[in-house]
Design a protein around this ligand. Sequence first.
Ligand code: AMP
Ligand code: MG
Length: 409
Amino acid sequence: MLSVAEAETIILNLATPFDAEQDIKTIPLSEATGRILAAPIVGKLDFPYWDNSAMDGYAVRYADVKDCSPQQTVTLEVVAEISAGREPTVEIKAGQTARIFTGAMLPPGADTIVIQENTIRRNNRVEILNAPQPQEFVRHQGAFYRAGTPMLEPGVTIGAADIAVLATAQCTDLSVYRRPRVAILSTGDELITPDRPLKPGQIVDSNQYALASFVESNGGIPVSLGIVPDRPAALKQAIAEAIESADMVLSTGGVSVGDYDYVDRILAELGGELHIRSVAVKPGKPLTVAKFPNSCLYFGIPGNPVSALVSCWRFVRPALLKLSGLTENYRPTFIKARCRDRLSSGGTRETYLWGKLLAIDEEYEFSLAGGSHSSGNLINLAQTNALAVIPVGQKSIAPDEVVRVMRLD
Ligand code: AMP
Ligand code: MG
């Protein structure tokens, strides 16, 4: 059986990133949050756009005030007042200055700002009490960014800070990767939709909803294909349609060794190459991963709702993010946390236990979800934001010990 690390490597190698020419679309900046940039951004404007003042004060010629001190002040003639957003109209000549405010353009002739705290104003004259440093409090054009140089590289998720930068650079339309289409189907004769009355032996198809939510929160477009009964012909047709219509398929159920578990055989019949059939992980051991000639990546996930979500978090998410065009940070984030409870494992498979990660006094603590940790118990999965990881070979972790935790938020 493959280890978790081996399975992750195989899966990431199978996730072919979107094409930077074909799988893109242009969108307005206002719709860019959370999207993945598909082309480098090169600004056409310097930033700052022009020399401007970093403080409220007076725009001076440094040569006029360089020898100034409280004992030997210099008085200048105030010939203009420049507020932010106005273009200066006068040139500052020797012995002159302009009143200036934060963000306002530096007038021609001036090269330095004297802050107003170092001045005394009398009508159209101002006394400078202290010599500034040369060019002090001037933000120079292009000091932070030069037009034509790289601003943002493709493959990053666009967030609020990027939006600010892009707006500043007047990039109002952006090339981003399209969102991947992820087909979801639930297999099982026992499944019904949540709006139907339960008959004895039936179970609500919670996976369809859980996986759609998972896909959406990771930037994909969920394409819900509903429930497929455990009949090989129906299953084969549904799976064939899913593969044709999506970049990735997630099916749940039917991948164990039960008499009604047909998925692996059907994938092979449809021309898929099976790369993974099980992983030494708990929960989620019967995981099937196949790749199709049209480049669709297929995950046959165990039907058990807890196993299904843990498999998605641990294995599908990195693949989905990489396929979506993200060039880094697509692997899960692991941190160290202090354990509140005793954690137990069988010791033969890498074990993921669900619970809550809390930040307390700048330290992380992991608190195990209460109730049974059977993979059939989906109820105590609610509000899970982290999974504690017990490595193969270790049977337990005592309270107060440090545990490796995978973040889900
Ligand atoms: P399977 O992997 O098909 O053997 O299913 C394992 C367990 O998960 C069984 O108890 C199923 O009833 C349950 N199960 C399978 N599919 C779903 C689903 N879509 N939603 C909720 N439970 C499911
Ligand atoms: Mg089943």
